[in-house]
Write a protein that binds this ligand. Structure first.
Ligand code: NAD
Length: 350
C-alpha cells in the first residue's frame, strides 16, 4: 500500500523518512496538522515487524496528537515520530544525535519529546542537535521535565471521574483497577491509585519493570495475556495501543476503561462496541494529555509546575463533560471527543 491511499493517511500534511548510515538510524516523522501550531508529539523507539507497521503506527499516533493537543487547548498541532529499532542493537547517543539533526532539518514544523522507548536522557542528547525538543530536565519549580508523572496524574483524575460517572463512587477506595504496563506512566499511576486505596492488578512483559513496581507497591500480578480480562472495575491500559478489538471487548469484565496508552481502540467500531456493552471509555487522547500539557508549558516557557498542575486538573472536567453528553445522547464517548477535536482544528484553519 502507498502513503496517500493508506487507510490511516487522513490528510497528513507531510511525512518524512530519515536514514543515517553511520549510526544506523531509521526514523519516520509524521506531521498531521500545523493548523494550531508546530506539530508536537513524542518519539517512539520500537522494534517493528516491518516498515509498513511503523508507517501505520506513526500515522495513527500523529493524528491522535492533533486531536489531543486541540482538545487540551494547546498551541500545538499534531505530529509524531517513530525510530525503527534494531532488535540486535542497543540505543546509542550517536543515533539520537542523528535523530536530533533529522528533527532540526524540519525547522520547527515538528517538536519532539519522549514516548515509549525514549527517556529524558535521550531527549537531552537530541537537544544537542536541535532546539525543537521538550521534556528536558528542568531546574527549580519551572514547568517541564519528564512528562510521565503528569500523564499519570491526568489519568488518575480521569479514572476518578469515570468511576464517579459509571459506578457512582466518590472515592477509589476498594475499587479494583487492572493496570496494563508499569513503565514510566504505569508506575506513577499505580502509586497514585495505591495511595487512594484502590486494589491493584498489574502485568508487564518486562520483568524488571514489573519487579520494580511490585517491590514498592502491593499488587496482584496477572499474566499479560489475561490482564485485560481481569475481574475488576477499571481497566487502565498503559502499554501499547490496538488492545480494544472485536475479540477482546466481549471478554472484558471491567465497566470502565481509562488509561494512558495511545490508540487503545483498534478501530472506531470498537468504541461503539464498548458503548453497546455499557463500558465507559475515557477517550485516550483526552485522558492522557497531562504529559503534553507539561511539554507545551516547557516549550513555550510559560508557567510553573503549579500552572501545569492546574491545567492537568482540567482534563477531569473535560471528561466529565464528555461522559455527561454520552449519557444524555446515548452516543459513544470516542465519537463525542473526535467531534470536539475536529471542530477546534477546523475553526483554526485559515
Ligand atoms: P514505557 O515504555 O515506559 O512503558 C510501557 C510499559 O508497557 C513497558 O514496561 C512495557 O514493557 C509494557 N508493555 C508493553 N507491552 C505490554 C503488554 N502486552 N502487556 C503488558 N505490558 C506491556 O511507556 P510510557 O511512557 O509509560 O507510555 C505508556 C503508554 O502511554 C504508551 O502507549 C504511550 O504512548 C502513552 N503515553 C505516554 C505518555 C508519557 O508521558 N510518557 C503520554 C501520553 C501517552
Amino acid at each position: 500500500m502507498g502513503v496517500f491511499d493508506h487507510a490511516e493517511f487522513d490528510n497528513h500534511e507531510s511525512l518524512h523518512y530519515f536514514h543515517d548510515q553511520t549510526s544506523g538510524l531509521r526514523a519516520i516523522i509524521a506531521v498531521h496538522s500545523t493548523a494550531l501550531g508546530a506539530a508536537a508529539g513524542g518519539t517512539r523507539r520500537w522494534v517493528y515487524n516491518n516498515d509498513a507497521d511503523a508507517l501505520t503506527d506513526v500515522l495513527r499516533l500523529s493524528r491522535g496528537m492533533t486531536y489531543k493537543n486541540a482538545v487540551a487547548g494547546l498551541r500545538f498541532g499534531g505530529g509524531k515520530a517513530v525510530i525503527l529499532a534494531n532488535p540486535d542493537t542497543a540505543k546509542s547517543p550517536e543515533q539520537f544525535r542523528a535523530y536530533g539533526r533529522s528533527v532540526d532539518s524540519l525547522g520547527g514544523r515538528y517538536v519532539t519529546a519522549e514516548d515509549v522507548g525514549c527517556s529524558v536522557d535521550d531527549m537531552r542528547i537530541v537537544h544537542e542537535e536541535t532546539e525543537f525538543v521538550s521534556g528536558l530536565p528542568q531546574t527549580g519549580h519551572d514547568a517541564g521535565g519528564d512528562p510521565s508523572p503528569w500523564t499519570a496524574l491526568g489519568c488518575y483524575q480521569g479514572i476518578e471521574a469515570a468511576v464517579q460517572a459509571r459506578l457512582g463512587a466518590d472515592s477509589l477506595r476498594g475499587i479494583k483497577v487492572a493496570v496494563q504496563g508499569v513503565g514510566h506512566v504505569g508506575l506513577f499511576l499505580c502509586r497514585l491509585l495505591h495511595e487512594a486505596g484502590a486494589e491493584l492488578f498489574v502485568s508487564d512483559v518486562n520483568t524488571d519493570n514489573l519487579k520494580m513496581m511490585t517491590d514498592e507497591i502491593p499488587a496482584t500480578v496477572v499474566a499479560p495475556t489475561e490482564l485485560l480480562f481481569s475481574d475488576v472495575d477499571v481497566l487502565a491500559p498503559c502499554a501499547l495501543g490496538n488492545i480494544l478489538t472485536s475479540t477482546t471487548i466481549p471478554r472484558l469484565k471491567a465497566t470502565v476503561v481509562a488509561g494512558a496508552a495511545n490508540n487503545q481502540l483498534s478501530t472506531p467500531a470498537d468504541g461503539v462496541r464498548l458503548a453497546e456493552r455499557d463500558i465507559l471509555y475515557a477517550p485516550d487522547y483526552v485522558i492522557n494529555a497531562g504529559g503534553i500539557i507539561s511539554v507545551a508549558a516547557e516549550y513555550y516557557d510559560n508557567g510553573s509546575e503549579e500552572d501545569v498542575r492546574a491545567d492537568v486538573g482540567r482534563i477531569k472536567d473535560r471528561l466529565k463533560k464528555i461522559f455527561g453528553q454520552a449519557k444524555e445522547t446515548g452516543r459513544p464517548t470516542h465519537e463525542l471527543a473526535d467531534e470536539l477535536a475536529r471542530s477546534i482544528v477546523a475553526a483554526a484553519r485559515p
